[in-house]
Design a protein around this ligand. Structure first.
Ligand SMILES: [Zn+2]
Ligand SMILES: [Zn+2]
Length: 291
């Protein structure tokens, strides 16, 4: 057996933090684009994507603003007529057809990729049902955490859907985002992705596309190492680390900042949840056990 995972050869780059789900006054956000950039830059973010509803933010739009040192990624949120999708690294505005599989295909034909947003939004937790996630092909992953849903109906989390997809051999990544609309309402700096990449849009987008990142709401992972059948996770501030296999079955729990496990040969995948104080988490991407 071997362990297939996205954290191989972490050299030549750095861990960079960013949010891909950000609204401004170009759609229903409360703050002007420059104010949004100022806010994220001031908080020490490395990269940001504006994702206004069916409004594509281009490289030219960004050039008209002061980046304040942020690496800026083009994009938008496909919103009208169905489940919301992030179009990351967009090179055009894809029309929000009702047929979301068609939208995902169209996105995949360009340079970017798609993420299915806040599946558990709404009173019935059914913004995007599991059936759709299972049927659709070609998206990179789902939001396992979406901050703004914390003040709306439904759940910000979609970890159960994620485990069910992973157990069906779907290699989809888990992303965490603010879905920033309004700083006064508390949407800011709730969830982010920490990628291992070089500080430019291409390298960051490739890391996000290929899973070279972890999702976080406040726990920082400092090392991810795989040696033979062992996986070791080190954090700065976890109070508990949980290793899980298919399907969300806990195989190790440590009330420490780090955890090393030996991978069971019959597991399909392993993933780690690092729990901190005050609803702070970090979620690694899956490690696949290949026979
Ligand atoms: Zn949305
Ligand atoms: Zn949104």
């Amino acid at each position: 057996m071997r362990i297939d995972h996205p954290y191989k050869n972490l050299k030549g780059g750095a861990w960079l933090r960013g949010n891909l789900h950000t609204h401004s006054t170009r759609s229903d956000g409360a703050h002007a684009p420059q104010d949004v950039l100022n806010l994220y830059a001031k908080a020490g973010y490395d990269f940001l994507m504006m994702s206004d509803h069916d409004v594509y933010t281009t490289e030219a739009d960004y050039k008209a603003l002061d980046s304040r040192g942020l690496v800026l990624i083009t994009g938008n949120e496909i919103s009208a007529k169905g489940v919301h999708l992030l179009h990351v690294h967009a090179d055009k505005l894809v029309s929000p057809h009702e047929d979301r599989q068609q939208v995902i295909h169209e996105i995949a034909q360009g340079r970017g990729f798609s993420i299915v947003n806040h599946p558990m939004w709404f009173r019935e937790f059914d913004h995007c049902t599991f059936d759709k996630l299972e049927a659709w092909q070609g998206y990179a992953g789902i939001e396992i955490y979406n901050g703004v849903i914390g003040r709306l109906h439904g759940s910000p989390y979609a970890l159960d859907y994620w485990d069910r997809l992973l157990a069906r051999d779907r290699r989809v990544w888990g992303y965490a985002h603010d879905d920033f609309h309004n700083k006064e309402k508390g949407d800011f700096a709730l969830g982010w992705n920490v990628v291992y990449a070089k500080r430019n849009p291409k390298s960051i987008v490739e890391a996000l596309r290929h899973g070279r990142f972890y999702a976080s709401t406040g726990v920082e992972i400092t090392d991810i190492a795989v040696k033979g059948r062992r996986i070791r996770i080190k954090t700065r501030n976890a109070e508990r680390i949980v290793a899980m296999r298919d399907v969300a079955q806990r195989i190790a729990v440590a009330d420490k900042k780090e955890l090393t496990i030996e991978v069971p040969a019959d597991a399909k995948y392993i993933r780690f949840e690092c729990w901190g104080r005050g609803e702070k988490f970090a979620w690694t991407q899956p490690f696949w056990i290949v026979k």
